[in-house]
Design a protein around this ligand. Structure first.
Ligand SMILES: Cc1cc2nc3c(=O)[nH]c(=O)nc-3n(C[C@H](O)[C@H](O)[C@H](O)COP(=O)(O)OP(=O)(O)OC[C@H]3O[C@@H](n4cnc5c(N)ncnc54)[C@H](O)[C@@H]3O)c2cc1C
Length: 451
């Protein structure tokens, strides 16, 4: 049993994990429930089906973190990137693909691999022995989700995300905003200054509510709403319930004194909370939203202190099964309570086809190394793969953990470059140069360990 790696789910992560492990010489069985058991989003029985957009986003590996992730996956012999390049469509700087050709290509290559078998079945229990990777994605089947929940506890597996927009800390205007926790709560100065506050006058608040109500929204897809609960309402829905609702909810000004203008009580306050240990990212507290992306930037830049803000990710609410990975997984993506099981893909709390595939790539390599008695060095957090895995397995705040796209805010800062939006071209280039060198080194060390 232990010489076979079992992978549950043949989506983005499971397909890449299977490929990487098999290329390392490990026998793999992929257990995929489709087409026998369907999800509301998938249409076919193929592996690596793209359930919505046909884009892998930016392909710019010098100025964009997802483009860098493409580069790293290509350098590691990734199957998803090989097939994406083969089935590429014209899309400017983005990597858009012919979705049917792409997933048919991935399926064909996996089925043709001499070390890969497939098993068309739903896995409904957590496996007791053997080496496993669970990569069942945002739409993990109900039975398996229940089994995971029984193992990890009620609070540690979510069925919906509620993503508040995340801002790069160095783009917040601190001549307008100030640091303070409500009622200065906390034992240490750091605790008492844990939040960044953005004050609003009555006119600014009214204009903000108007913009929020007018902005275009995305709808839930059919079947997506099942099990959704009232506990994490989008801000625009709160605003629809009454113009004052937000002022008594996430935008209440109570317990806060504007450090720049202590005598004037703000009419409303938007709070931002630290989102990662590096302190480079802040989320806007309680601002989960179904506003369309284009509208979000415009509306959120109306907030005093955020007029020049850059967003590491915008807000959203989706049907999404994901673990509280910072508490549950070790640095090698193993479930702490059952180290024979790794998790990979969107269920670990990354978001997107590329990020999910990248976590599959890493999990496949880690599992193969462990099964061959090799030890891989930790992936440097200065690389895109390393920044993501470091974030989900420890860098993120566990209490407020929500799915994350790859972005430069997850990387340890590079010294000697101007912060903010103005210096970003040189800064991003420094991030990507450093990442490429470190990823090449890591791949070289991994090859040596296999020799
Ligand atoms: C409605 C919707 C729209 C989305 N749109 C986009 C988008 O436009 N762009 C983007 O980048 N990302 C999008 N995503 C996120 C997207 O799902 C992920 O980025 C990506 O597909 C995740 O890869 P994965 O391998 O983790 O999961 P998946 O690709 O979903 O693969 C998981 C696989 O596991 C199988 N499975 C589930 N449970 C079991 C079980 N118990 N036993 C056996 N097999 C099982 C499923 O059938 C599936 O094939 C969307 C997600 C949803 C739900």
């Amino acid at each position: 049993m232990t010489d076979i790696l079992h992978i549950v789910g043949g989506g983005m992560a499971g397909s890449e994990a299977a490929w990487q492990a098999a290329q390392a010489g490990i026998r793999v069985v992929i257990h995929e429930m489709r087409p026998k058991v369907e999800t509301f989003a998938h249409r076919t029985g193929d592996f690596a089906e793209m359930v919505c957009s046909n884009s892998f986003r930016s392909d710019d590996d010098e100025q964009n973190a997802v483009g860098l992730l493409h580069w790293e996956m290509r350098a590691a012999g990734g199957l998803l990137m090989e097939m994406a390049d083969r089935h590429k469509l014209p899309a400017g700087g983005a990597l858009a693909v012919d979705r049917d050709g792409f997933s048919a290509g991935v399926t064909e290559r996996l089925l043709a691999h001499p070390l890969i078998e497939t098993s068309a079945e739903e896995i409904a229990e957590l496996p007791g022995e053997g080496q496993w990777i669970i990569a069942t994605g945002p739409l993990t089947s109900g039975a398996l989700a229940e089994a995971i929940r029984a193992e990890t506890g009620e609070e540690a597996l979510a069925f919906f995300d509620a993503i508040a927009p995340i801002v790069y800390a160095d783009t917040i205007d601190m001549s307008v905003a100030w640091e303070q926790s409500r009622y200065d709560k906390g034992d240490t100065l750091e605790e008492q200054r844990a939040y960044i506050n953005c004050p609003m006058t009555r006119d600014q608040y009214e204009a903000f509510i108007d913009a929020l109500l007018a902005a275009p929204k995305t709808e839930f897809r059919e079947g997506e709403m099942a099990g959704y609960f009232d506990g994490c309402l989008p801000i625009e829905v709160m605003a629809e319930r009454g113009r004052e609702t937000l002022r008594h909810g996430p935008m209440k000004p109570r317990g806060l004194t504007n450090a720049h203008d202590p005598d004037v009580k703000p009419h409303a306050v938007v709070q931002l909370r630290r989102d990662n240990a590096l302190g480079t990212l802040y989320n806007i507290v309680g601002f989960q939203t179904k506003m369309k992306y284009g509208g979000q930037t415009e509306v959120f830049r109306m907030i005093p202190g955020l007029s020049e803000a850059s967003f590491a990710r915008l807000g959203g609410i989706h049907r999404n099964t994901f673990l509280n990975s910072p508490t549950l997984l070790d640095g090698e993506m193993r479930l702490r309570s059952r180290p024979n099981i790794r998790f990979a893909g969107q269920i670990t709390g990354v978001e997107g086809y590329v990020e999910s595939g990248a976590m599959g790539l890493l999990a496949g390599r880690l599992a193969a190394a462990e099964m061959q008695g090799r030890r891989l060095a930790p992936v440097p957090p200065t690389t895109a793969v390393g920044a993501l895995v470091t974030h989900i397995t420890g860098g993120a705040e566990a209490k407020t953990f929500q799915p994350m796209n790859v972005n430069f805010g997850l990387f340890p800062p590079v010294g000697g470059f101007k912060g903010g939006r103005k210096g970003r071209v040189e800064r991003y280039r420094a991030y990507t140069d450093r990442a490429k060198a470190d990823w090449r080194d890591w791949l070289g060390q991994s090859r040596q360990s296999a020799a």
